[in-house]
Design a protein around this ligand. Structure first.
Ligand code: AHG
Ligand code: MN
Ligand code: MN
Length: 361
């Protein structure tokens, strides 16, 4: 009984948290609808093969990726939970070519909801953590939203969040006043505030990148990763750890809990793509969550939240996490663009090099 006292549910948190902001109760109500969808997805993810949820369907999304059964089902789940309440004017997702129009029988609201219903879906069949990522944008006026209404910069997001379906299900959100985590109490069916005011440590010795792409990276990324890998005897003078879960939600969650830097940089693997991750429903919401927790999010050359989107499914380079590391990677991009970069493989990095930390001290 004692445990029930003093617990802050998501609804209570949102009502209290949004009271002093310009946002109406509609935003709280919308986030509660999103949370209801997330509870349903959490139950499906937990059932796995027993619910018939594993495997692929015979279709591709707009990105040309093979869709998993759960990609399709989770997309529908979010649409059904959020279309009816008069809170959203439209929705867009990774799994739909065009934005979803609110059916005529429902009224339209003041927000646009943009989401990746199942992030890290290559992990579904492996029982490794997957997630849902979402972003809430404002929609002014009563008109049905035009395509261009979705193309807002990340800094215009009114809320962002993700759910991680791991051993426990967590919902991590921001409404622009810090980043806060809630754990799903399955017996009671409520999200309970368990991680208030998450802060990304400024420094880290952990980085996450898909190193199999190294040969396609630009020189500043080669330099950064080479220096981390060189460890104690390299220019960074300390050992680093590397992680790669292939689920951005799980990587960002780790960074919010214990710091680190996550990178999916621009590469030359497919020159048609400016990056792997999608700006509107992966990069922007994660950038807002990380920056609200004191970290930084960048393309290497531009603050992610300042980037002006050109298309709904635009891809972008993502470098986010502990402030000092992201700043260093940005510095390496500037050095490179001015012709000043010094690849770690350069002969300048020898025993007596000026670039060794003891020489710089
Ligand atoms: P999604 O499952 O929504 O398509 O996203 C997967 C993303 C992201 O979560 C992860 O960081 C990255 O793709 C994994 O890419 P690799 O396959 O190159 O490891
Ligand atoms: Mn994704
Ligand atoms: Mn996805």
């Amino acid at each position: 009984m004692e445990l029930l006292h003093g617990r802050t549910t998501l609804s209570k948190f949102l009502i209290e948290h949004l009271r002093e902001t310009q946002e109406s109760n509609d935003l709280a109500a919308l986030l509660v609808d999103v949370a209801a969808a997330i509870k349903a997805i959490s139950a499906m993810a937990a059932k796995g093969a027993l619910g018939g949820y594993l495997g692929e369907v015979d279709s591709h999304n707009v990105q040309g990726e093979v869709q998993k059964k759960l990609d399709v089902i989770t997309n529908e789940t979010i649409l059904r939970h959020c279309e009816w309440g008069g809170l959203v004017a439209g929705m867009a997702s990774e799994e739909m070519d065009e934005p979803f129009e609110i059916p005529a029988e429902y009224s339209r609201g003041r927000y646009l909801l943009v989401f990746d219903p199942l992030d890290g879906s290559s992990n579904v069949d492996l029982n490794v953590s997957v997630g849902t990522i979402f972003s809430v944008l404002r929609h002014d006026g009563d008109e049905r939203p035009a395509f261009g209404d979705y193309l807002k910069r990340g800094r215009e997001q009114v809320a962002a969040g993700y759910a991680i379906y791991g051993p426990s299900t967590l919902l991590v959100i921001t409404v622009g006043r810090g980043t806060h985590g809630f754990t799903l109490d399955r017996e009671i069916g409520n999200f309970i505030l368990t991680h208030p005011n998450l802060r990304v440590p400024e420094e880290t010795s952990e980085f996450a990148i898909n190193a199999s792409n190294q040969r396609f990276w630009e020189p500043p990324m080669q330099r950064y990763v080479d220096e981390c890998k060189a460890g104690r005897t390299g220019p960074r003078a300390r050992d680093f750890n590397m992680r790669w879960i292939a689920s951005m939600v799980a990587e960002v969650h780790r960074i919010l809990i214990r710091g680190g830097v996550f990178m999916y940089p621009r590469d030359t693997k497919d020159p048609k793509k400016a990056g792997r991750l999608r700006l509107m429903y992966e990069a922007n919401p994660m950038a807002m969550l990380v920056e609200q927790a004191g970290g930084l999010a960048s393309t290497g050359r531009e603050r992610l939240l300042e980037h002006s989107p050109q298309t709904l499914h635009e891809r972008i380079a993502v470098i986010l996490g502990s402030r000092r590391e992201v700043e260093l990677i940005e510095q390496y991009h500037r050095d490179h663009d001015c012709g000043d970069d010094v690849p770690f493989s350069s002969p300048l990095f020898n025993e007596r090099s000026l670039f060794r930390p003891e020489a710089r001290a």
